[in-house]
Ligand binder design. Structure first.
Ligand code: UDP
Ligand code: MG
Length: 314
């Protein structure tokens, strides 16, 4: 049988994008079928959309047997949608892509060739520029990548997207990571394998609006740091050690001063500042430890990453 590519597409309130996306996918898959003889499966993950996305998908699924869908019982987030897609795809190759056409489907032939002819395990798109993105968002994004590459065990490329094609072997490797707190970019990098990086120009969203708010992105980057680095815990210990030595210095100073100059009753403000300083440090460290404990708490509960309400898979 011919090779099959599974396109995994998380959709959250994408009723406007869906028709143009489907049209585009049809023409690309027709081209690729003629050129490489490869078959397609479109796996749409409806992540609890509040608009008409699901009925639009169902309409098409009725007419086109390549269209499969999984619909969640509520919004579980893009990470959960990607996970569901990877768990349920049947292709020899899997592609994760956004529904809003910001991940140009025109890159699919290039990705396919990188894997099949050049022998890479993954082909991942990265944005050459961050045009059309708010300046402040670019600033934080760039610094987030700088920071995470310094402190985490995995390397993450700035501008790397989730848009990537991978072999079945890589899909299976990713599926061996059953963690609840998922950070796909980190997971993808953690499993290793040879990745070909393909540049593309950032395109603005043509339909609908982005669902990422600034706080949402901030939480997502914290997720990345906490899932792939324990460096913040080291900061906590280093701070403890620093404060310990500082207090030794201050104590020796106080003892020496008492011995040589007597002990005038003073230093109350100093005392208060030291207490505040040490107290602040302790709260800071407790906060860091608390972040990890809260992640462990969620992990230990073993809750499913998503719940399916409706699907045409089985
Ligand atoms: N998405 C999702 N669940 C969510 C938020 C987003 O499945 O809770 C999907 C969305 O439909 C789109 C992709 O994830 O296909 C990327 O979302 P978006 O375009 O809002 O993000 P951006 O491109 O701004 O990073
Ligand atoms: Mg987008």
């Amino acid at each position: 049988m011919a090779n099959m590519i599974s396109l995994i597409i998380p959709c959250y309130n994408e009723e406007e994008s869906f028709a143009p996306l489907y049209e585009k996918l049809c023409s690309i898959s027709k081209d690729m079928k003629e050129r490489y003889g490869v078959a397609f499966e479109f796996l749409m993950i409806n992540d609890g959309s509040r608009d008409d996305t699901l009925s639009k998908i169902k309409e098409v699924a009725h007419l086109d047997s390549r269209v499969k869908y999984i619909s969640f019982s509520r919004n579980f987030g893009k990470e959960a949608a990607i996970y569901a897609g990877l768990q349920n795809c049947n292709g020899d190759y899997a592609v994760v892509m956004d529904a809003d056409l910001q991940h140009p489907p025109d890159m699919l032939p290039l990705m396919y060739e990188s894997i099949v002819t050049e022998g890479y395990d993954c082909a991942t798109a990265y944005r050459e520029n961050r045009e059309g993105e708010p300046k402040i968002r670019s600033f934080f994004a760039r610094n987030f990548y700088k920071l995470i590459n310094k402190i985490a065990q995995v390397k993450m490329t700035d501008g790397a997207t989730d848009f990537s094609m991978m072999t079945r072997q890589v899909v299976d490797a990713i599926l061996t990571m059953p963690e609840y707190n998922r950070f796909y970019k980190g997971i993808h990098s953690w499993v290793g394998f040879e990745t070909k990086w393909l540049p593309y120009k950032n395109i603005e969203r043509a339909y609908g609006t982005t669902t990422w708010s600034f706080t949402g992105l901030f939480r997502y980057s914290m997720e990345g740091i906490l899932s792939f680095s324990t460096a913040p815990l080291v900061i906590a210990s280093l701070m403890g050690i620093f404060l310990f030595f500082l207090s030794l210095l201050v104590i020796s100073y106080v003892i020496l001063r008492t011995v040589f100059f007597g002990d005038p009753v003073a230093g109350f403000p100093t005392l208060i500042s030291v207490i505040l300083f040490v107290g602040g440090g302790q709260f800071f460290c407790l906060g860091i430890i608390g972040q990890y404990i809260s992640k462990m708490y969620l992990e230990i509960k073993r809750r499913p990453a998503y719940l399916i309400k409706d699907s045409n898979l089985h």
